[in-house]
Design a protein around this ligand. Structure first.
Ligand SMILES: CC(C)(COP(=O)(O)OP(=O)(O)OC[C@H]1O[C@@H](n2cnc3c(N)ncnc32)[C@H](O)[C@@H]1OP(=O)(O)O)[C@@H](O)C(=O)NCCC(=O)NCCS
Length: 391
């Protein structure tokens, strides 16, 4: 009997499908049916024993925005262990392998959507945000008026580069959104425009300031919902015009369901608090490479040095983080310094994303030691976290 951990190939697809059936309930494959090919941009690593895939996880090469900089990040999905092998340690070994390969290729962050956060915490992941579906009565949006001076129109193929650029300008100012580049995302402009019922654009003086792709659904009823895949704008009039356009369906559709994350700014722009979270998917992050993660992102333009210690199952490692005043930083391994704050791997992930304050992390036992530099730690890892793409 031979057991090996390796990247899966087209030869393994049938065995991988069988594991996907028992883990996620995907329909079993008929004897004469061909398994689906690996999805573009997905690399699947598995533990294989005599042709049977006992455990698998896929890695997707993403890039994500951190304070206006793109940082390579690994999206993990399809994590599964065969029923009889659960609890045997295969999972930790497999993901450590996936992490090591990514780290040696210069990838500093890994992210995933967990079926349960407890599965990944031992590997340094923490929940740093949520993808949400917010339902709002269409009647609430019907009270919003299209502001003067802006124009709504339907997107055409020629608009797609500008729509991509609008998303880039929206996303770059946050922590975490994917750049939507690379093989895992729709390659052509036609593919991007094809998915929803339509994409509405808002322009002022010919310049794009907002975009909303929507799926009208099929019903006419108070229970029916318009699904909003992307609602992105650069200024209030862009948002208001798009919300008004959605509200114009109030006579035929009862609800608008907006796919969003965190605290969407639309909530600052509507007068009602009549929003209901109808779906919530937690999103976890792990820092695979402390130095890489800290040197690749941009920072506030401060000249300051911070000593910190990162603790995990293997022990403690000191780090010296030095911001040079221009938005760049160096981060070097250093001796553990007495008095430096001690972050667990999970605490580091949470603070890196700007999602949890030092005060909260201390209460959760993810940060300890001297609290003197907590205000600095809070101030440096700043920004709002968002992510909109499921994988
Ligand atoms: C989830 C799954 C991959 C875990 O594999 P496993 O071999 O059972 O995992 P292990 O026993 O090695 O446990 C790993 C860790 O996850 C935790 N864990 C396992 N199942 C869990 C659950 N359902 N909820 C919360 N934590 C869980 C364990 O306590 C352990 O924590 P520790 O590292 O802090 O000790 C496996 O049960 C599976 O394939 N499930 C069905 C598909 C699925 O849910 N995949 C995850 C998609 S995100």
């Amino acid at each position: 009997m031979t057991t090996e951990t390796r990247q899966l190939t087209s030869e393994d697809l049938r065995a991988l499908h069988a594991l996907g059936h028992e883990a996620f309930g995907i329909p079993r494959l008929a004897e004469d049916a061909e398994p689906d090919p690996l999805r573009p941009g997905h690399r699947v690593v598995g533990v294989v024993e005599d042709g049977r895939v006992l455990a698998a996880a896929s890695g997707i090469d993403h890039r994500s925005y951190w304070h206006r900089t793109e940082v390579p990040s690994l999206g993990i999905g399809g994590v599964s262990v065969a029923v009889e092998h659960r609890g045997s340690g295969l999972l930790a070994g497999l993901l450590t392998d996936v992490h090591d390969t990514a780290r040696s290729a210069g990838v500093a962050l890994a992210t995933l959507y967990p079926s349960a956060p407890g599965i990944y915490r031992g590997l340094g992941y923490e929940v740093v945000g949520h993808v949400l579906t917010l339902a709002v009565p269409t009647a609430v949006l019907a009270q919003v008026r299209v502001p003067d001076g802006v124009r709504l129109r339907r997107a055409e193929l020629a608009d797609v580069p500008a729509v991509r650029d609008l998303y880039r300008r929206w996303a770059a100012g946050y922590n975490g959104p994917l750049t939507r580049t690379g093989p895992a995302f729709p390659a052509t402009d036609a593919e991007l425009l094809a998915a929803p019922s339509g994409t509405t654009l808002v322009e002022r003086d010919g310049e794009l300031i907002g975009s909303c792709s929507f799926d009208r659904g099929h019903e006419v009823s108070p229970r029916a919902a318009i699904g909003v895949r992307d609602l992105v704008a650069l200024e209030p009039d862009g948002y208001l015009a798009l919300l008004a356009s959605l509200g114009s369906s109030a006579s035929v559709v009862g609800r608008v369901e907006i796919h969003t994350s965190g605290d969407d700014v639309v909530r600052l722009l509507t007068r009602s608090s009549d929003w209901e979270v109808v779906d919530r998917a937690p999103y976890m992050l792990a820092v695979l490479d402390v130095a890489g993660a800290c040197t690749q992102r941009r920072w506030p333009q401060l000249a300051v040095r911070l000593d910190l210690t990162v603790a995990d199952r293997d022990g403690e490692q000191g780090w010296s983080l030095e911001l040079d005043g221009s938005g760049s930083a160096t981060c070097e391994p250093a001796p553990v310094r007495p008095g430096a704050p001690v972050l667990t791997r999970r605490g580091l992930a949470a603070r890196y994303a700007g999602s949890w304050s030092c005060h909260a992390l201390r209460q959760a036992g993810l940060l300890h030691g001297d609290a003197g530099s907590d205000p600095l730690l809070d101030a440096l890892f700043t920004g709002d976290f968002h992510v909109r793409d499921h994988f």
